[in-house]
Write a protein that binds this ligand. Structure first.
Ligand SMILES: O=C(O)COP(=O)(O)O
Ligand SMILES: [Mg+2]
Length: 219
């Protein structure tokens, strides 16, 4: 079965403005100045705990694990309902619809915690497309460990797939799972395209169905 698995933040969703607002609510309670959008984008990619650790480091908050636990819990409680500033990237729904219509099995592998991931997918009506979803807290390990991606493939009953993501973490995950990687160029990567291993890049979701066919045929 033709299978395609997607990352979420910075790939299907431009969610950094909501993640920033969530962080800034947590910081404001402590009288700390807000993060910029640029800082926020730089902290996204390795899940909520690492985000909160980076936020604490940048703002001089106590990095002790017990304090990070508190910050993370507060952050996730707000994050579950943070949808208003998030946008689905252009042509994503048309591409998902086209892929499904062409018989592809669709999965999602994100480092976003499962609660906020499920909630935002439902908010935008995207949950209907994905037959398997793994979040950053589903397993004991998260991307770039290949286990979450392999878990999605197992749930879909597939061994051949294309992985689509926006970051260094996604590229490393695809490489570790030996899958062709399509890099979306408009998300939250930190390095130039040449520095991120990929089988293909794209900036417009309307080109993805043809690109995915090509990558799978070559794999
Ligand atoms: O929540 C994050 O840090 C990253 O999420 P992503 O894996 O969907 O990009
Ligand atoms: Mg991402």
């Amino acid at each position: 079965m033709k299978t395609i698995v997607f990352d979420l933040d910075g790939t299907l969703l431009d969610s950094a403005p909501d993640i920033r607002a969530t962080a800034n609510t947590v910081l404001a309670r402590r009288g700390i100045d807000p993060l910029t959008l640029e800082q926020t984008r730089g902290f996204i990619g390795s899940g909520a705990r690492v985000f909160v650790e980076r936020m604490a480091d940048a703002t001089g908050l106590d990095p002790a694990p017990r304090n990070i636990d508190t910050l993370e819990a507060e952050f996730i409680a707000i994050y579950e309902h943070a949808h208003d500033l998030t946008r689905v990237f252009p042509a994503v729904e048309v591409a998902l619809e086209e892929l499904r219509h062409a018989g592809w099995a669709l999965g999602l592998c994100t480092n976003k915690p499962m609660g906020p991931a499920r909630s935002v997918l439902a908010h935008f009506g995207l949950d209907q497309y994905f037959r398997a979803v793994v979040g950053g807290d589903t397993l004991a390990v998260r991307k770039p460990d290949p286990a979450p991606l392999r878990h999605v493939l197992r749930e879909l009953g597939s061994d051949r797939a294309v992985y689509v993501g926006d970051s260094e973490v996604d590229a490393a995950t695809a490489q570790a799972a030996s899958l062709p990687f399509a890099l979306f160029t408009e998300g939250y990567r930190h390095s130039p395209l040449e520095a991120i291993p990929h089988a293909a890049t794209f900036s417009d979701f309307s080109t993805l169905p043809a690109l995915a066919e090509d990558l799978l045929a070559r794999s």
